[in-house]
Design a protein around this ligand. Structure first.
Ligand code: ADP
Ligand code: MG
Length: 463
């Protein structure tokens, strides 16, 4: 049975009509003040930022690595010459600089999360680490605390480097590390594409201890000689598998090859697929593996997320999303994933036409527009966002109650990350997945890897 009031947009959508917005009547229960439509921009996302000339591999200039225990000793001594760093305090049994403990307590972090407890002792020792733990478990602070603890805030050299796959994640990680390092006066800058490079250069010139960036823009700064990584003692690859997946492999290698080979390297993700092992072999030295996920399946979703699956034909997805949205409680915050930028534009226009206050976000939009949309979604002014995979990784917006896979992702890792945008740090959440005609292979994998016991099967009323 079709919904009488959704037939126009829904059937237009079924025909993939780009002009699907028909100015429907505004629904009273949703705030429909914001009906601004997101324009479609030419394709230019983070991926295209990276100037992948292939030179990374040819320029490998690594020297043999020093032994683990001799690493970072120079900079550590440097840091210890400052009286501030002589003052220590315990946090969950871990000895940290007092100023760091003060900051993290102010952030409300009273004790370490499981992954922090398991990985931080090794990271603090200077060991290379591969850490895998479910989404929303506090991986950022697991490397951020040791990094802010390690660097010398008085030095003008970049000593900590964090590479991340997206601009929004760079901004978020920069914010978290700034908070962790606040009392200690640790300078943290984010560098990413789509923003005037001059502003970033100005910040870099001030002498920042930590740089968080997307590989494309980091490399760009290195080529302009506005960023020198010759003093990096600790490098972190956050969401490394995604960086490889979206084509940053050469940039990452280029960058890592230009940091001291004696540096400490850590890799954090909720998923460690096999294709990442080459990178680990080349750039990590006898790493300590910390895997807080099922070792038989190698993949895990958090228990607090209800994973609901609907079979739905492509032409009925629009009706399906309306049925889902009509059932949502007031105050829900929902993130809807689509595969293509054009699909994001169409769905956000279609839903806006139905009276929903909704925006879209994808790599074809200007960075200032992306920032505006993200800021509104983060602070809860915006309750509904349609996104490409750009929003699948790392984003921490604890108020998100629902994730919808309107289009299923390409693979099971992306599924795990997408649904991981909800149910963070012990909160509950719901993930709804539309299983279309082409998604059965992935669906079978989800059954095999995530487990049928974690899955809830439902049927739309119109079937
Ligand atoms: P992950 O990278 O594992 O997906 P994040 O680093 O984004 O997770 O952290 C998820 C949430 O947990 C964030 O909101 C963060 O502020 C919070 N958090 C991290 N560590 C702690 C802690 N020790 N105590 C309380 N909250 C924490
Ligand atoms: Mg993370």
């Amino acid at each position: 049975m079709k919904r009488p009031d959704s037939s126009s947009w829904a059937s237009d959508h079924a025909k993939e009509d780009a002009g699907a917005n028909r100015g429907r009547s505004i629904r009273s229960k949703h705030n429909a003040t914001s009906k601004k439509q997101i324009e479609s921009h030419p394709r230019s996302n983070d991926k295209s930022l990276s100037d992948r000339t292939g030179s990374g591999r040819d320029n490998r200039t690594r020297t043999p690595r020093r032994r683990v225990n001799s690493r970072r000793s120079d900079s550590k001594q440097l840091a210890d010459t400052h009286s501030e760093s002589q003052s220590f305090a315990l946090w969950g049994g871990l000895e940290l600089k007092k100023t760091i403990v003060n900051s993290i307590l102010k952030m409300g972090y009273e004790y370490p999360s499981d992954i922090q407890k398991a990985s931080m002792p090794w990271v603090l020792q200077g060991r290379d680490v591969v850490a895998q733990a479910v989404t929303g478990s506090g991986k950022t602070a697991a490397f951020g605390i040791p990094m802010c603890n390690f660097v010398d805030p008085h030095s003008r050299e970049v000593q900590g480097l964090v590479l991340v796959p997206t601009r929004e994640l760079a901004q978020q990680v920069q914010r978290e590390l700034s908070l962790i390092g606040r009392e200690r006066g640790v300078g943290v800058v984010a560098v990413y594409g789509g923003e005037p490079i001059a502003r970033q250069i100005k910040l870099l010139e001030q002498g920042m201890a930590i740089v968080v960036g997307t590989p494309g823009r980091v490399k760009d700064h290195m080529n302009r000689r506005t960023l020198d990584l010759g003093s990096v003692g600790m490098a972190v690859l956050d969401e490394a598998d995604e960086m490889l997946d979206i084509g940053f492999a050469d940039d990452m290698e280029y960058i890592l090859n230009r940091t001291p080979s004696a540096r400490q390297t850590a890799l954090f993700s909720a998923t460690i697929p096999n294709f990442i092992r080459g990178l680990i072999r080349r750039y990590l030295d006898n790493p300590r593996w910390i895997q807080l996920v099922s070792d038989t399946k190698g993949l895990e979703t958090v228990d607090e997320v209800d994973q609901i699956f609907y079979d739905v034909a492509s032409q009925d997805k629009a009706d399906g999303i309306l049925e889902i949205l009509d059932d949502l409680e007031e105050g829900s915050q929902i993130l809807i994933f689509r595969k293509m930028q054009i699909g994001v534009d169409r769905l956000s226009k279609g839903l806006a036409g139905e009276g929903f206050a909704v925006k879209g976000i994808h790599g074809g939009m200007s960075q200032s527009e992306r920032n505006r949309v993200m800021a509104a979604f983060r602070d809860g002014r915006l309750k509904m966002l349609v996104a490409t995979n750009l929003a699948a990784r790392g984003l921490d917006i604890p108020t998100i109650s629902h994730v919808v896979n309107y289009d299923m992702p390409e693979n099971i890792e992306e599924y795990v990350h997408r649904i991981g945008r909800t149910a963070r740090m012990g909160k509950r959440g719901t993930a709804v997945s539309f299983i279309g005609e082409w998604d059965f292979e992935l669906y079978e994998q989800i059954i095999a890897k995530i487990g049928e016991d974690k899955m809830i099967k439902r049927k739309f009323s119109f079937y």
